[in-house]
Design a protein around this ligand. Structure first.
Ligand SMILES: [Zn+2]
Ligand SMILES: [Zn+2]
Length: 266
């Protein structure tokens, strides 16, 4: 075998790679023309380039706004007053100091979150960011990067590897674009691979997650207000267990933020 026999295949291979790269770019450009961008939810063609969700889908999103429970963020009947404590929080205050969600957990948001979480479809993020925008603006007024800390609900490492992403971390970056080093990715950890909460209910959910979380570096949370981020608030068991671990590590308080919230869970 001569040196040329070895170099020739390399030349062919690199030529092919170059050709494929050019072809891919060209095909993508043509694809935009032939197959325009589609709505992340209903797949209808979108008229303008920057759009990720169609007007019809966007119109169906139900935002959570006052009057809300000032503690758990539940939507309350509008009787002319402002935010106040709901009966559930009066009877049994949650572990966290308050929770806020941008919208009700229903289509199209539930579909977008499901795609992100289980299909690692990050193309849903711009649509979610658009939906989260009013709450993001509110948080920007309140968040103090010097003192506050942002913590996403962690996944067990094996599950993270399987899914390819932690949706809570991606959402935390949208909620707090200015967080920088105040976003703590590895401080709160999941000690064991728990069953998916969606397969359980009530007491089984609590047992499944009991002592499942721990703080790796308590000094990072001591005396801090923590903004704990998850995708959806369902029964509140996950964020309650995370809050317990954070408060045991001497965090000053925990505020829970989710994109969506199930209307009535207790
Ligand atoms: Zn649509
Ligand atoms: Zn409440």
């Amino acid at each position: 075998m001569t040196a040329q026999d070895i170099f020739l295949p390399y030349g062919v291979v690199s030529g092919l790679i170059f050709f494929m790269t050019i072809w891919k770019k060209w095909a993508e450009a043509c694809g935009e023309l032939i197959f325009p961008r589609r709505c992340s939810c209903c797949r209808v063609d979108l008229p303008s380039k920057g759009q990720v969700i169609c007007g019809r889908c966007l119109d169906t999103v139900r935002y959570l706004h006052s009057p809300l429970c000032s503690c758990c963020g539940r939507g309350l009947p509008d009787s002319g007053g402002g935010d106040h404590l709901c009966g559930f929080c009066l009877r049994q205050p949650p572990v966290y100091s308050r929770a806020r969600a941008a919208v009700h957990y229903e289509d199209p948001v539930s579909h977008l979150l499901h795609q992100l979480k289980y299909a690692a479809d990050t193309s849903t993020l711009p649509a979610l960011a658009q939906i989260m925008e009013p709450l993001v603006r509110e948080l920007a007024q309140e968040f103090q990067p010097a003192g506050d800390r942002v913590i996403p609900v962690p996944l067990f490492p094996a599950r993270l590897k399987k899914r390819g992403l932690n949706q809570s971390l991606l959402l935390a970056r949208i909620f707090f674009p200015q967080a920088g080093e105040a976003l703590l990715v590895d401080t709160l950890m999941r000690k064991r691979d728990t069953l998916p909460q969606t397969t359980l209910n009530g007491e089984a959910r609590r047992k499944n997650l009991k002592a499942a979380f721990a703080v790796r570096n308590p000094a990072a949370v001591r005396g801090r207000r923590i903004f704990l981020v998850d995708d959806v608030l369902t029964t509140g068991t996950t964020v309650s267990e995370c809050s317990r671990a954070l408060l045991a590590a001497a965090a000053a308080e925990v505020c829970v933020l989710t994109v969506a919230r199930v209307a009535d869970y207790r």
